[in-house]
Design a protein around this ligand. Sequence first.
Ligand code: B3K
Ligand code: ZN
Length: 852
Amino acid sequence: MRDTAQPIYLADYQPPAFLVEQVDLTFKLAPTTTRVISRLRFSPNPDAVPGQDLRLDGEGLRLIAASIDGVTVAADPNATGLTVPAGALPDGAFTWEAEVEIAPEGNTALEGLYMSNGMYCTQCEAEGFRKITFYPDRPDVMAPFRVRIESDLPVLLSNGNPVASGPGWAEWDDPHPKPSYLFALVAGDLRATTDRFTTMEGREVELNIWVRPGDEGRTAYAMDALKRSMLWDEQVYGRAYDLDIFNVVAVDDFNMGAMENKGLNIFNSRYVLASSATATDGDFAAIERIIAHEYFHNWTGNRITCRDWFQLSLKEGLTVFRDQQFMGDMRSHAVKRIEDVLTLRARQFREDAGPLAHPVRPESYVEINNFYTATVYEKGAELIRMLRLLVGEDRYKAALDLYFARHDGQACTIEDWVAVFEEAAGRDLSQFKRWYEQAGTPKVTLLEDWQDGTLTLTLRQHTAPTPGQPLKEPLLIPVALGLIGPDGAEVMPTRVLELDSPEQVFTFDNLPARPVVSALRGFSAPVTLEHAQSSAERATLLGHDTDPFARFEAGHNLARDILQAMVLEGARPGPDYIDAMRLALTDDSLDPAFRALVLRLPGEDELAQTLHAAGHVPDPDAIHAARGRALDTLAEALAPELARVVDAMETPGPYSPDARDAGRRALRLAAASLLAHADGGAKARAIFARADNMTEQFGAWTALLGVGAGAEEGAQFYRQWQNDRLVMDKWFAAQVMFAKPERAPNIAAELTGHKAFDWKNPNRFRSVIAVLGAHPAGFHRKDGAGYRLVADWLIRLDGANPQAAARVSTVFETWRRYDADRQALIRAELERIRDRPDCSRDMGEMAGRMLE
Ligand code: B3K
Ligand code: ZN
């Protein structure tokens, strides 16, 4: 029997002893006494050792009755499930029936069947189905489900197609075999926005977005995004939807963003509900991306699922990659790529550099929910991007066609995935596969040598040890490279250098003059690049590179070097940098969204990360101060241009969330925020006063907060939005995010005392506690007040919702970067969290790994 704190190992995988041919479930819903009656048709798995016991997972279930083929069995569940010995089982197939009782109302963990504002809903991935009934709760057991719901609530939903309904009941049938983690049920007083989509196969699909009464006016954008996602998956991947109905439900209490349950996606309401008055451009983009992501899972995740949870990136990395492609097609590939790289570095590189580093395919876990990480998702997507670059667009398409044709309806592994690429490209990818197995961010060093028209590039790769992996093998790293001549023109088309050894040399002859090297174009591999370049070379790339990512990166590196020098030597930004920024700011030939990104200085956590990687102990206060000085200097120097851009970027006409207008607003607000450091916030105040949309209202308010102003605007914001739960999350978050470092823990503490601080709601909890953890100088206040406050709240949340608490605990993952005093304070907090007798498995694993 599984001791719940014991690790599970990939190497121990065994096929299931029994397969499930059909599932029939009946739910009699009641807040504290829901009855779940299950009828499961089992047959021995021909691929497993015969004669095994029947093992069913089950947690927190009150067993009322159980039988096999109609004969009562004396099952005796323990904390993790029950076992029927092989000797008590009939030969061949048999039917298991059980009735259990559960109490959704008291389920604060938001896993299994729970309640949110009077509505019933479920979250089963990864292992929540076992909190609903006894079942072989593992993804390689796939079965068709038939579900009957009995309840007085008006709307009763489950997976698949509706088959029948009457007063107080409804029945659903999902013909597509699925693992239990994709099961879903919703019951409540809900309102639908309805639309239709006709698939390329001619199937008429009813689309519904279900929300609480009063929220109907905020569903239009999600519906539009859904229809565009369905069309895109047909056009780009040849994948059509496969049921007669597709339901999306918005729920206020939800542990993550959304869930791809077959035919019944359940969403955190913040990723469905949007109106121009209440949602920012960023919110609209997040809705578009997540609607697409969950929809795309229908093929990459649901029809082809994972054999076991170690293979999680098989569905998540691929689906993230697909949503990135979709967003690029819908908006701008250049801007999307830059944003994705910034996220990757902020979250995944950070994870990879600390005690929580793990491979894209981990080898062991204690609690699988702790492995829904930036590494599995975002780095997983990067691996697919590299595969596509290595084999080329056409062979990528061929590999994916083969994947869908060969594995539809199966539960697969990373090996299956790599094999379709090997076959489609006729190429051995065994070295590439190391990317899935080896944790850590490789460092690539590039050295240039120039002699008589020949440029010699020496490339080296090195990956530092990570927990459990002291030695690293060389990886296959595609480095996309271009050369820019002194006149700013391209010397050759982009070439992809394949780095597969610790060191390799590449030469380029017959060059008329020494070019500027544009390396890692498009961020062709998830590595850190060390490439010494002068400010002048970086300015050339920023001004002339044909690759937009490389252009952005040149400006970003320029800023990062200056900020580092400011932190370490107290320098000031020089005229080179200011001129380069002026050029980017005022170059009207550039996409405003791109210019907004160029204008954004590297963040404090990124600076701490790079300083640490360069062998320094980062001082959060010094970083905060240096960044503030850089903003002041830039603002003073560029004030006239900034003011002009603020005016020029006004978006005439009614609000539209499209990329064009959103890009203009992004630049306008970036300019106003920077300018606030010189004009005291005059422009921002004017934007706030006239704003007719949340993007400008919120953006202008936070621009003011950024310079220590905005108190009046904050009060007005509160008065206007105090009854809107999603906007109130912003009100909480902004005050912590933009607090002066010395005040941040106090402000966060005060906010936790606010009457609207409902800490059991994950969004609200994160809007204060996780946001404090993301405020480097505030969280790391020298006296440890930030650490204490976060730890106190993590302990409290752990008692109610371990999964959500464990996730927020990653705010501590960078602790070993810092000085001895701070380390001692954090260590004490992590020990306090871990050493409680009632510490959850989720939190115990996280704190334990961070302390190891
Ligand atoms: N598959 C879900 C995440 C489930 C998380 C469980 N702890 C959402 C997604 O990735 O689409
Ligand atoms: Zn996903």
